[in-house]
Design a protein around this ligand. Structure first.
Ligand code: SF4
Length: 387
């Protein structure tokens, strides 16, 4: 100890270091034990079919896949999310009683039996519990609370505001009231397609499953609502929707397909619902195994190495019928969007030209959106801006 160093009281390491160390040890032990609960549950409704099959394989003790252990920070973020969601439920109960009652908190529900034939021990009921229902004499809703961290946005105050604006401008969405905090989606499937966000979509698939349960339908629950809580500043946002039976059937079919693949002895019989390079695969614990990535190099590059080398093109009509249809339809859509984007480029140049003539670099248009001229090394472009 040098002469000017103070004697530190207490342990020789920080209290927070002790917590981090102990959390890592706990997480390692949990990882060694393997999954303790079946992955086939409503909260997994948004997962990829193959991801579910891998998880079920692990749960059944058939195989283990190497995965990264989460950090103590991530572990605490998950735990904090539960507390934040509980806190908002308490606030609702405290303040909204004269308008609606909070009922069926953590009510357990069962949906359908998933049957395995070769490995009957894998058969199970799909079951889970809801957060709550809002009950009044005239309205009944099933509710799911989701806490969400806010982030920097390049053209809004934050990513929360960016999502609010996205919802406000979606064709499949109608604003409820004029506070800018509540939205309605009449056609859930069209909404999810337009939303194009697999993580947010997962919340709706789960709640749609609940809304289609016998228990809630018998009690007159006719809509669902995801209530998002901004973890940074406690803002709330509601996206309310009309349940879809067709989507419920699709979710059911996904669980059945995952179970069928494991029952048949190969989780890779379950379809991949996402492409390598997608955000879902990027965050998937099984990506290396699923896409045969052997090293730490970029998974996308590794996967392309497994495809046939460059050579003569294959005529579309030499592929199997399913691939012909999929590729043919996707190509037509691609051509149409390319034509649209060529038109966009022309109009963008016209806007830049008009802004330069008006001697302005940044304009807020009538719909509130701000655009500004940026100079990049390839030339002048128009980009979304913020105040
Ligand atoms: S890597 Fe992608 S396709 Fe494979 S299981 Fe994960 S999400 Fe599904």
């Amino acid at each position: 100890m040098s002469s000017n160093e103070q004697k530190i009281l207490g342990p020789e390491v920080g209290y927070v270091d002790i917590l981090n160390f102990a959390t890592v040890e706990h997480l390692k032990k949990e990882a060694e034990k393997g999954p303790q609960y079946s992955p086939l549950r409503p909260s997994a409704s948004g997962k990829c079919t193959r991801e579910l099959a891998y998880e079920l394989t692990e749960y059944a003790g058939i195989a283990r896949y190497e995965k990264e252990v989460i950090t103590p920070e991530t572990h605490r973020i998950f735990a904090l999310g539960h507390s934040v969601e509980w806190h908002i439920l308490k606030q609702l109960e405290q303040h909204t009683g004269e308008y609606f009652k909070v009922k069926y908190k953590q009510q357990g529900l069962s949906f359908f039996k998933l049957e395995a034939t070769n490995k009957p021990e894998l058969s199970q009921w799909l079951e889970g519990s809801i957060d709550a229902c809002f009950y009044s004499p005239s309205h009944r809703a099933v509710i799911d609370f989701k806490s969400k961290k806010d982030k920097y946005s390049s053209y809004h105050k934050s990513s929360w505001d960016e999502t609010t604006e996205k919802l406000s401008n979606m064709e499949s969405v109608q604003m409820i009231g004029d506070s800018g905090t509540s939205f309605w989606a009449e056609d859930l499937e069209a909404f999810l397609k337009e939303l194009d966000d697999p993580f947010f979509e997962a919340n709706f698939l789960q709640l749609n499953l609940y809304a289609n349960s016998q228990f809630l339908m018998e009690r007159g629950v006719d809509h669902g609502a995801i209530i998002q809580i901004n973890k940074n500043d406690s803002r709330l946002r509601e996206v309310r929707f009309k349940p879809s039976r067709a989507l419920y059937e699709k979710t059911k079919a996904k669980f059945e397909a995952a179970l069928a693949a494991v029952d048949a002895g190969d989780p890779e019989l379950a379809p991949r619902d996402h492409l390598l390079g997608s955000i879902k695969c990027a965050f998937c614990s099984f990506k290396k195994h699923c896409w045969r990535v052997e090293s730490d190099e970029d998974p996308l590059k590794s996967y392309f190495k497994t495809l046939p080398k460059k050579g003569w093109p294959t005529d579309l009509n030499r592929l199997d019928a399913g691939s012909q249809q999929l590729l043919g339809e996707a190509y037509e859509a691609f051509k149409a969007s390319q034509e649209a984007s060529e038109k966009t480029e022309v109009v963008e140049k016209e806007i830049i030209d008009a802004m330069l003539k008006a001697n302005v670099r940044k304009v807020r248009f009538g719909d509130g959106k701000i655009y500004e001229i940026k100079t990049l090394k390839d030339g002048i472009v128009l980009r979304r801006g913020k105040l």
